[in-house]
Structures are given as C-alpha cells and as structure tokens.
Design a protein around this ligand. Structure first.
Ligand code: PEP
Length: 248
C-alpha cells in the first residue's frame, strides 16, 4: 500500500490574519498537487480567515496547539471541538518548542493525542532529540521512549490515521539539516517501533515526516527515502519555496 505524501507548513507565531490571507493567495497556484496532502498549520487567530482563503483549493488547515478539555474555565485556551468546528483537519502535538518553552511533557502530549482523535482531528505528533543526545548516541532510546509514552492507550486504527514528525531539535530553524540517511535511519526506526507496539499493517500505514530546515534544495533527496512520507516545514513554509517542496 502506497502511503500518501503529506507536506505540512508550521507557520508558528509569524503571520497576522491579513498577512496569512496574503500568503495563501501567494502560494495558491504553487502548492497545487492532487497527489499530496498539503497542510497549513497556522496560529489560532489565523484559522478562520485561512479556512476561508483556501476554500476550493487542495489545501487543508491545521492548528498548532489546543487544550485537552472541551470547554470551561480555562482562560486563554482553545479546545479540540472548537478547532474542528472552525474547519481544522490536522493538529501539531508535541512540537519541541511546546515541550521546551512551554514545559509540555509526555503525559500531557499523550492526553492531547487521545483528545484530538476523539474530536475528529488528525494529530501530527512530533518527536526528536537534542544535539546532546545525538552526540551521546542515545537518540534512538529517547525517541522510542517519547513515542511509546505519547501513544499509550491509542488504538491501532487511530495510529493508521496518525502522522509522526521526526524533528531533530538541532536541525530546527538552524539551517542544519539531518542528512537524508540520518533522517531515514530514524524514520525507519520509528516505523519498526510502531510494528512492535502494534502490528505490521499499522506500521505500513502510519505516515512519518521529517522536519528540520527542510527547504526547496534538500526536499527531493529527503523525500526519496522509503520511510520518509513527507515533511513538516517551518521557515520555508512562509515563502514561495513551499510550493517547490510540495512538488519535489
Ligand atoms: C519546525 O519547527 O517544525 C521546523 C521544521 O522548522 P524549520 O523548518 O524552520 O527548521
């Protein structure tokens, strides 16, 4: 079974609503490709205008964060049902910036994965090691532990609909990309782990992205690897280059 490629932009905290609509217009013709899932993961305040701006195109909208309760006294937060109702399809969970800057741990991340599925959203679950762990050679154990915790209680059918993004922290926003072989090694290890935790069919179905300074120049080589089914793209998702990555 061939897995469908998924190229997702992570806009982070970068576009005002009017800038977001302008970026959708700039990218509209560049990201046309019916063979690929194209996703813009945008700041919460941009979701409604971006959903409107991409209507009638091949682009799906994702969110960057939510809180695990459906409603109530959680000042400043938004819920998964709110995202779903606004037209969101994908949700980034466990990004290293949320783990490191906002202190999100694997217990919360696991709750978010389960809540996202319950609300009908598809998680893009991020994992990845720091430079220190890469240098120490313990990155495989680290990533296995992250994924095992984050998927505790998640069913095989849900995992078939899951996207896992392998994002080495040392490659995020640094201009330093993992080599295609380094990225493939970890993406294969993740697929093997899913086979171990679930079964071969689930491992075959789960889509695994690479993320970390992916750009128009290196996307084709990374995406040519057998266990890399797409990319999660930060910096390069905010410019025309994103169209070249979608069509790499
Ligand atoms: C990211 O933060 O998800 C990311 C991959 O960023 P960049 O492409 O800028 O390294």
């Amino acid at each position: 079974m061939a897995r469908r490629r998924i190229i997702a932009g992570n806009w982070k905290m970068n576009k005002t609503p009017s800038e977001a609509v302008a970026l959708c217009a700039e990218l509209k013709d560049l990201v046309k490709n019916d063979a690929v899932d194209v996703v813009y993961c945008v700041p919460a305040i941009d979701i409604v205008p971006v959903v409107e701006a991409v209507k009638g195109t091949n682009v799906l909208v994702g969110a960057e964060n939510f809180y695990i309760e459906d409603k109530g006294a959680f000042t400043g937060e938004i819920s998964a049902p709110m995202l779903k109702d606004a037209g969101v399809t994908y949700i980034i969970i466990g990004h290293s910036e949320r783990r490191d800057i906002f202190g999100e741990n694997d217990i919360l991340i696991n709750a978010k994965v389960k809540k996202a599925f319950a609300a009908g959203l598809k998680p893009i679950l991020c994992c990845g090691e720091s430079l220190a762990l890469r240098k120490a050679g313990t990155y495989t154990a680290w990533i296995r532990r992250q994924i095992t915790w984050d998927l505790d209680g998640v069913t095989a059918d849900q995992v078939k609909d899951l996207v896992i993004a392998y994002e080495p922290i040392w490659a995020i926003g640094t201009g330093e990309t993992a080599t295609a072989d380094q990225a493939q090694e970890v993406c294969k290890m993740i697929r093997d782990l899913i086979a171990e935790l679930y079964d071969a069919a689930t491992a075959e179905a789960v889509r695994i992205q690479y993320g970390g300074s992916m750009n128009a120049g290196n996307a084709a080589e990374l995406l040519s690897k057998p266990d890399i089914d797409g990319g999660l793209i930060g910096g390069a998702s905010l410019k025309a280059d994103f169209g070249q990555i979608v069509n790499a």
